[in-house]
Design a protein around this ligand. Structure first.
Ligand code: AR6
Length: 183
């Protein structure tokens, strides 16, 4: 088994409670909040996050943050230092949008590395309101993160997957085990 650096970990819990450098938000293009992870982050993190999101909209993202891209703000009152907002694709039965989902993980890690965030927590992007099947979302998350950290092995200490329920935890356990088997 490879002992690649950094460590990929799995936690069942609330993303807003993670003590890491950066937590990733499963946002929408408006950057102005919503339900699920997004709602929890703004609720717990306080108004500073929304204020920065509004500034980003005014300055760089007048038409919103495109799907698959990522941008950072303060984490306000969260234990993390930064929130990295990314916009997952809505799942479609007629079109394969896996590249866009993978791009969320890649771009979030690119932004994290730029910030110097060494521990990063990801939710299961797109698997809630955006209806991505969680087993497939977990495989995409694990494969993409493994490939990205293999390219810059010194950039991070820990990439943490944070899942809410048992079904998602089992999906990530399976994806992590498959990836470990594959070497
Ligand atoms: N901590 C960890 N995981 C959570 C939490 C939490 N606090 N809350 C939900 N999950 P979702 P999406 C899980 O809907 O599918 C928002 O309205 C949840 O069980 O947050 O990318 C945005 O504004 C699911 O497995 O994100 C967008 O409009 C996963 O996190 C839209 O939803 C993602 O669920 C984005 O939808």
């Amino acid at each position: 088994m490879s002992t690649s650096h950094p460590t990929l970990t799995l936690v069942q819990g609330d993303i807003t409670e993670q003590t890491v450098d950066a937590v990733v938000n499963a946002a929408n293009s408006s950057l102005l909040g919503g339900g699920g992870v997004d709602g929890a982050i703004h609720r717990r993190g306080g108004p500073e996050i929304l204020a920065e999101c509004r500034s980003l909209r005014a300055a760089q993202y007048g038409r919103g943050l495109p799907t698959g891209q990522a941008v950072a703000t303060t984490a306000g009152r969260l234990p993390a230092r930064w929130v990295i907002h990314t916009v997952g694709p809505v799942h479609s039965d007629s079109e394969d949008r896996t590249d866009l989902l993978a791009s969320c993980y890649r771009e979030s890690l690119r932004v994290a590395a730029e910030l110097g965030a060494r521990a990063v927590a990801f939710p299961a992007i797109s698997t809630g309101v955006y209806r991505w099947p969680v087993a497939d979302g977990a495989r995409t998350a694990v494969a993409t993160v493994r490939a990205a950290v293999a390219e810059s092995p010194d950039a991070f200490d820990e990439i943490r997957f944070v899942v809410f329920d048992d079904r998602a935890r089992e999906a990530y356990e399976a994806a992590l085990a498959d990836a470990a088997d594959a070497g």
